[in-house]
Design a binder for this molecule. Structure first.
Ligand code: SF4
Ligand code: SF4
Length: 346
């Protein structure tokens, strides 16, 4: 990722600012999603954050089929088939002219460059929430460590303001970048997805050795400094949610004495399907519903029996019990069944 320096001001490319988050660290948080990631997980819940480039997205529900965007684009990147706007991403240079001209906000440019101080002033608007809830700011992704210089300056400024800071990382960046960031982070949320390197490569595009090596480095730092490490594992149907994976990750954490204050198992949901549609991409996980609560309990128990201090293990996310109640209330068809069994049988 190229970070640009203009007049001694570092700028970074961000995807969005999400306020009032309660899932990315303690208290109420403002999460900054950086643009660009070195992994490309098949189940990624933020597909718009993977590319380092700005990307145009089209929102069908807002579109009034006026075709002004097509006439506006001088790069021959837009066309229409049966009232659907088709974006030719090879031709689109992300100039944003069509976004400006669209009369109904049906086009949006994902990814904007911001300077450190501009972003600091934006998140400071939420200071009262941080103070009342012991919350703070989390830099998430994409992968924050791939824009390390920007993130360091941003977190440094937040520390000057007395704000609690966290980064949420997939672990796939250089060790040097983590070493630069950690002195300014109160918390590192670290994803461990898959213990088997071959499968990790199949699921994410990259092997996992570098990630586990970085985890050990961050663990050492957490042990010797005032910084917490929380590990998170996404439970993904027919991917990471298997007995052998959860036990394998637990064994790794225990054997290497990883200094984690939490290991969180994050239950799958398919709420991001719309994001894929807006980007004109297909998502193979659309067919899966939520886990049965007993499946989530099963994986949690496996984790607790894996040699890791059971007191640090938690699970999060909705399960099918909630989903069925919602479905009944709306009298809608039940989503495709999944999961009670995957993992229980392997
Ligand atoms: S300009 Fe906007 S509303 Fe009109 S066709 Fe294009 S996307 Fe749809
Ligand atoms: S962003 Fe620019 S190049 Fe891309 S489709 Fe819109 S007008 Fe064309």
């Amino acid at each position: 990722m190229v970070e640009s320096k203009t007049s001694n001001k570092i700028s970074g490319k961000i995807l969005e600012i999400q306020r009032m988050s309660t899932e990315d660290g303690p208290g109420i948080r403002t999460s900054i999603f950086m643009k660009g990631c070195g992994l490309s997980c098949t189940w990624c819940h933020n597909p718009e954050s993977i590319s380092f480039k700005s990307e145009l997205q089209w929102m069908k529900t807002n579109c009034i089929s006026c075709n002004i965007c097509i006439d506006t684009c001088t790069h021959n990147a837009l066309s229409s088939i049966e009232n659907e706007i088709i974006i030719d991403r090879n031709n689109c240079i992300a100039c944003g002219e069509c976004v400006e001209e669209c009369p109904s906000a049906a086009l949006e440019m994902l990814g904007q460059d911001v300077e450190v101080e501009e972003l600091v002033q934006e998140v400071l608007k939420d200071r009262t929430y941080f103070e009342k809830s012991n919350g703070g700011v989390t830099v998430s992704g994409g992968e924050p460590a791939l824009q390390a210089n920007f993130v360091v300056e941003f977190l440094k400024r937040l520390k000057q303001e007395g704000i609690h800071t966290a980064i949420d990382t997939c672990g796939f960046s250089s060790k040097e970048s983590y070493k630069k960031i950690m002195p300014y982070a109160d918390l590192v949320l670290f994803d461990i997805k898959e213990i088997n390197s071959k499968k990790h490569k199949e699921f994410t595009g990259k092997a996992n050795e570098k990630i586990f090596d970085n985890l050990k480095c961050i663990s050492d730092y957490a042990e010797n400094n005032k910084m917490e490490l929380w590990i998170r594992t996404p439970l993904i149907p027919e991917a990471t949610a298997t007995n052998v994976n959860i036990v394998g990750i637990g064994n790794f954490i225990a054997k290497n004495k990883i200094h984690a204050a939490k290991w969180e198992l994050c239950s799958f949901n398919n709420l991001c399907n719309d994001k894929y549609e807006r980007l004109g991409k297909k998502w193979d996980f659309k067919k899966y519903g939520l886990f049965e609560s007993e499946a989530l309990e099963h994986y949690t128990k496996l984790a607790k029996d894996s040699g890791v201090n059971p007191d640090i293990i938690i699970s999060s996310g909705s399960t099918k019990v909630d989903e069925i109640q919602e479905v009944n209330k709306n009298n809608e068809p039940k989503p495709v069944d999944y999961c009670k069994i995957t993992g229980l049988l392997d």
